[in-house]
Design a protein around this ligand. Structure first.
Ligand code: ADP
Ligand code: MG
Length: 332
């Protein structure tokens, strides 16, 4: 069956039927606007992401369920990076009328499962025809008690620079796909089904452990520079301390162009944050509590936003910041 046979309102009705709800949803899907109840004293945090077919994803490289999962996961990651609690989701979807309904169903399953996993309610969206590529727009709202969220601008000289999990895996999977190779399952999953660090982010906020935080979407180096610029400080990272997975080490061994994906590759969706040195032990304890690894990769120094790297020879060198720029259409 094709989407055109179900129609816009048939699809919306289907979504409404499956959408996870919560006690804090006063009005959800089906009205002109959602009406939501925030806990007293909380601030609202909002983030939105666009995903366009053949720009952000290729449907011949991913299955639609993973696509739905990822569209929600990357938004959850933004709320986690603020140290906040994700609550509400809005789903905008545009696709051609001749789209297989099975593809839409799989996409919704992936998106809704991921929202449900983190107790996030699907409370609205928009549905349109597209003359060609799929277009997915996800908006997420979260909340945090006043003065608890973690911005990019709070890093101070002397703070430690920490990162959760491992970096480079997602970008390595993409590089292999671009090269016509099929990455092994665990690596491919890092690209297609990223895990947002929702619990770690929320607890870092609740316990006020991080002075600044960001999630890694554009690459560790580029995202760290966002913190350094916002905080008007320098950062020094040790290349040998970057947390690399066993599979990443194996595949990139002796291949510097692939190895540097740990620094410049994107879409890790790990949390990158700074911690005052006297709180570092609490972060370590928190990580064993949530069963995650966190690695200290460097330190914040006085300065004006420069990122430096020590390569093991006690030589300090500036590293060029490369990140994806949509309008330059290349890494620069
Ligand atoms: P409007 O004409 O006011 O834009 P719609 O007919 O587009 O209203 O939507 C009706 C209801 O369905 C609204 O509550 C809207 O938020 C919800 N909705 C529409 N599309 C989606 C979607 N893709 N996912 C979730 N909710 C949706
Ligand atoms: Mg509409």
């Amino acid at each position: 069956m094709k989407l055109a046979e179900l129609g816009e309102f048939g699809l919306i009705e289907r979504i409404r039927h499956q959408a996870p709800q919560g006690p804090d949803v006063f009005r959800g899907i089906g009205d002109d606007a959602a009406e939501l109840i925030l806990p007293a004293g909380h601030h609202l945090l909002t983030s939105t992401d666009l995903l366009i077919e053949n720009v952000h994803f290729r449907r011949d490289w991913t299955d639609c369920e993973s696509l739905g999962h990822k569209a929600v996961a990357v938004n959850l990651s933004d709320i986690a990076a603020m140290g906040a609690i994700p609550r509400y989701l809005y789903l905008g979807l545009a696709c051609p009328g001749d789209t297989d309904l099975d593809d839409i169903t799989a996409f919704l399953t992936g998106a809704i499962d991921e929202a449900r996993r983190y107790n996030v309610a699907l409370v609205g969206g928009d549905t349109c025809h597209s003359p060609g590529p799929w277009l997915i727009s996800v908006t997420i709202e979260g909340s945090a008690p006043a003065n608890q969220s973690i911005g990019r601008n709070g890093a101070r000289p002397g703070d430690l620079i920490m990162v959760s999990g491992t970096v480079g895996d997602s970008a390595l999977a993409l590089a292999l796909l671009c090269d016509g190779k099929m990455p092994e399952h665990s690596l491919l999953a890092r690209h297609h089904r990223p895990t947002p660090q929702v619990e770690l982010g929320r607890l870092l906020g609740e316990r006020r452990l991080a002075s600044a935080m960001i999630d890694i979407s554009d690459g560790l180096a580029g995202d760290l520079v966002h913190i350094l610029h916002s905080s008007r400080v320098d950062g020094l990272i040790e290349e040998c301390k970057l947390p690399l997975s066993e599979v990443f080490r194996r595949i990139t061994e002796g291949q510097p162009a692939l190895r540097e994906l740990a620094l410049y590759g994107g879409e890790d969706y790990e949390l990158l944050f700074t911690v005052p040195p006297d709180r570092a032990a609490e972060v370590t304890a928190l990580c064993s509590e949530v069963q995650l690894t966190v690695t200290t990769i460097g330190v914040v120094g006085k300065g004006s936003g420069e990122l430096l790297m020590r390569d093991g020879l006690a030589v300090t060198k500036p590293i060029p910041v490369k990140g994806y720029d949509h309008f330059c259409q290349s890494r620069k």
